[in-house]
Design a protein around this ligand. Structure first.
Ligand code: ADP
Ligand code: MG
Length: 149
């Protein structure tokens, strides 16, 4: 399933809601994986912040570019944790082993969100979102749900 939305920043919450809804439809025995594609400044980190807020995270969600991986606990019933990864600095998928994602990926209560997923091409997505800049305030967001419904 694929859908595109032309959105302002305040509309990203509706997309976050849609993502959580779609992920909630399936009972997984592992983490849910959301991959965020798009150029620098397209809105990947902004979307992650809005998704985390939607799930009830109160901490500020910052770009993990230099930290690479950050974990946030949520008070949400289905998804207890958001793991935010920025793979931009990796030049080879092997380098991302330092993230120690195995436990995160096994945890069915976690949503793993990855910016620059092409640097970690061995990770399978449940949802892919790609962000394209239309103008200063507007993005085209394409959502691909990797399952036929
Ligand atoms: P990325 O993580 O993809 O490099 P960021 O989320 O850090 O991008 O930056 C996106 C920038 O674009 C932010 O300053 C954000 O406020 C701005 N922006 C403006 N309109 C939108 C929109 N509709 N969706 C997402 N970001 C937007
Ligand atoms: Mg970013």
């Amino acid at each position: 399933m694929q859908e595109s939305h032309t959105v302002g920043q305040k509309d990203l919450e509706a997309i976050a809601e849609r993502v959580v809804y779609l992920l909630s439809q399936d009972k997984r025995d592992r983490a849910s994986v959301v991959l965020l594609e798009g150029d620098m400044g397209a809105g990947k980190t902004t979307f992650t912040q809005i998704l985390a807020k939607y799930l009830g995270v109160v901490e500020n969600v910052n770009s993990p570019t230099f930290i690479l991986k950050k974990e946030y606990k949520t008070p949400h019933n289905n998804f207890r944790k958001v793991v935010h990864i920025d793979a931009y600095r990796f030049t080879h998928p092997k380098e991302s082993k330092v993230l120690r994602l195995e436990d995160n990926l096994e945890d069915r209560d976690t949503i793993v969100v990855i910016e620059w997923p092409s640097k970690m091409n061995y990770i399978k997505a449940d949802i892919r979102l790609s962000f394209e800049v239309i103008d200063d305030d507007t993005r085209e967001v394409t959502l691909v749900y990797e399952k036929d419904i």
